[in-house]
Structures are given as structure tokens and as C-alpha cells.
Write a protein that binds this ligand. Structure first.
Ligand code: SF4
Length: 317
């Protein structure tokens, strides 16, 4: 069973003329225990809005979000803090997500005190243990966030989330603000923690080369909708959706591995004025007449793969 289950979720903002703009337009997503689910796509495709809806930071305007089988928006007064503890978020910018005026140890202790270890007789020892688990020495607990690099700060933010002993973490572009040298190590740390603890991880990123290294399942998002879902090896070997193929083809390493670069012209369209039919059709090198009029639905092709393209069946065979 999914730890985190999103069904037909819509997230809307008021548009420039007061009309609702759907940043997420009916998306399904599952995060399973002990697995890394990656949500990928270009900037502006709605993946951060979907991540915020997944942890309850944004109220969906439609659809349901369930955590551990219970609707997130309908949890009772007693259950909501427990869901907040068990479902943690790691943000993109570790410079703003940590309080610059509080010592590292105090911020990690907030997580300990919110979780099942709150009654531990030695909070400082628990804080040190969590810091060491994310690859930092326990002695940094007495220091302030500004004394650390971006990668170290993100490790501190992960320690704060981990200290509450969550069952699931949603990490929204957790490596995009980091130096290249820190990106892979922070991503690998998160993946290792999933294997160690059995928690679920939703890893939101536009960096497909790192996603391929850590994800068990990948959901490709385009303009508010899931375009394709599958295992990394399947997606790289034979993408069913032309958008997935374009994203993968744009990775320099993929060219080196023998794949021809795919053409992905233009930018993501304005969600205030989404194209008719398939939202990808103005950019799709394989578009046919039907694509401009009929919206494709996300169809399963085997238990682990699905794609929303009228011609995905031709590519699957
Ligand atoms: Fe391209 Fe048409 Fe498939 Fe959309 S439905 S991805 S436009 S071929």
C-alpha cells in the first residue's frame, strides 16, 4: 500500500484575470515505503506545487491526498500533529529553511522533541546521533548555520527532518541550490536513509542524471499532469512518452551512452493558457492531428509503467 497516495489532485492559483490557473491539473502519484519516488520535469511544470500539496502545505482544489490510508485534509485534531511529524519536508534552499539565529543543535532538537524520542533522557546525545547519521560531527550542534557550506546546511535540514523519525520525506529540489560537488552526495545520503529506515521519499528534481542513480520509481510531469511513470531502467531504455525521451536525450551523459539527442523545442507553456488536447503537442516532434484536440489519459502498459500519449502503445510494442 502507498504511504502517500495522491489521486486526481488539482492545485489552482488565481490567474491574472481572476480565473483559476491549474498548476497541477489532475495528477496521480504514489510514494511507497522503502522506495525513492522521483518527480521530474522542467521548471514550471507543477512539480513543486504537487509536492506542497502532498505534505499539506497547499490545499488541493480538487482530488485527494492520503497519508497512510487517511485523507490528509480530514485528519482529526489529535491525528494532524502526528501526520506532520511522520510526513516531513526538506526544502530547496537550506539558507532560508534554517533559522540563522538558532544553534544547529537546537534546530535538530525540535525534530527530536516532535517525535517518538521526545522522552529520551539525553536530547543532546540524540541530536549528536542524528547529526552523525547525516555525515556531520556531533560537535557542530553548538554552531550556527552561517558557519557551514550549502551542502552541510542541507545535511542539517535533513537531520532536523530525520530527528522526528518520519515515515515519509518530501524533498523539493533539495540539491538544486548546492554546489555540483555536494549535489550527488546529498542525493545519495537521502537514498541511503530510505534503505536504512524503510521510510518513503518523494524526491522532486529536474536533474535526471542524479534521479537515475537514486530513484526506484520515476514520475515525469508536464504542465500539471503526469506524462509517464516507470522504473529508471525502463524509462532510459524505451521511454513511452516523447517528453520523457526529450528530457533524457537532453542529458549529456545519455549522449555518451549512445542515445541520440532528442529535440525538445520551446518552453513549458503558460498554465494559464494550456494548449488544447495533449498539452505537449506544440513541442512534440511526433504530434498528429488528434493530439491538438483529444487529451490523452495516463494508461497502464504493465504493472509498473504508464504513459499519457495517444501513441504510447506503438512505442510499448
Ligand atoms: Fe506527442 Fe501526441 Fe503523444 Fe502528445 S499525444 S505526446 S502530442 S504524440
Amino acid at each position: 500500500m502507498s504511504l502517500l497516495e495522491l489521486r486526481n489532485v488539482t492545485v489552482s492559483y488565481p490567474g491574472p484575470r481572476g480565473q483559476p490557473v491549474h498548476a497541477v491539473a489532475g495528477a496521480d502519484l504514489d510514494v511507497l515505503a522503502g522506495r525513492v519516488t522521483a518527480l521530474v520535469g522542467e521548471s514550471g511544470c507543477g512539480k513543486s506545487s504537487l509536492g506542497k500539496a502532498a505534505v499539506g502545505l497547499l490545499a488541493p482544489s480538487g482530488g485527494t491526498v492520503r497519508f497512510d490510508g487517511a485523507p490528509l485534509g480530514a485528519l482529526g485534531r489529535g491525528a494532524r500533529p502526528e501526520a506532520q511529524r511522520a510526513l516531513q519536508m526538506v526544502f530547496q534552499d537550506p539558507y532560508s529553511s534554517l533559522n540563522p539565529r538558532r544553534r544547529v543543535g537546537a534546530q535538530v532538537a525540535d525534530g527530536v522533541l516532535a517525535g517518538p524520542d521526545a522522552d529520551t533522557p539525553d536530547i543532546d546525545a540524540k541530536v549528536g546521533e542524528v547529526l552523525e547519521r547525516v555525515g556531520l560531527p556531533a560537535r557542530i550542534a553548538s554552531q550556527f548555520p552561517h558557519e557551514f557550506s550549502g551542502g552541510q546546511r542541507q545535511r542539517i535540514a535533513i537531520a532536523r527532518a530525520l530527528a522526528a523519525r518520519p515515515r515519509c520525506i518530501v524533498a523539493d529540489e533539495p540539491i538544486s541550490a548546492l554546489d555540483a560537488s555536494a549535489q550527488a552526495s546529498v542525493a545519495m545520503l537521502l537514498a541511503d536513509l530510505v534503505k536504512e529506515t524503510g521510510m518513503g521519499l518523494l524526491f522532486i528534481s529536474h536533474d535526471l542524471s542524479i534521479v537515475r542513480r537514486i530513484a526506484d520509481d520515476i514520475a515525469v510531469m508536464y504542465l500539471g499532469k503526469i506524462a509517464e511513470r516507470g522504473a529508471p531502467d525502463d524509462l532510459w531504455r524505451a521511454p513511452l512518452h516523447p517528453y520523457s525521451e526529450g528530457l533524457i536525450g537532453a542529458i549529456p551523459e545519455a549522449d555518451g551512452a549512445g542515445r541520440l539527442p532528442a529535440d525538445l523545442p520551446g518552453d513549458v507553456a503558460d498554465p494559464a493558457e494550456p494548449p488544447s488536447g495533449c498539452r505537449f503537442h506544440p513541442r512534440c516532434p511526433m504530434a498528429q492531428r488528434i493530439c491538438a484536440t483529444d487529451q490523452p489519459v495516463l494508461r497502464p502498459f504493465d504493472p509498473n509503467r504508464a504513459a499519457a500519449c495517444h501513441f504510447a502503445g506503438d512505442r510499448a510494442t
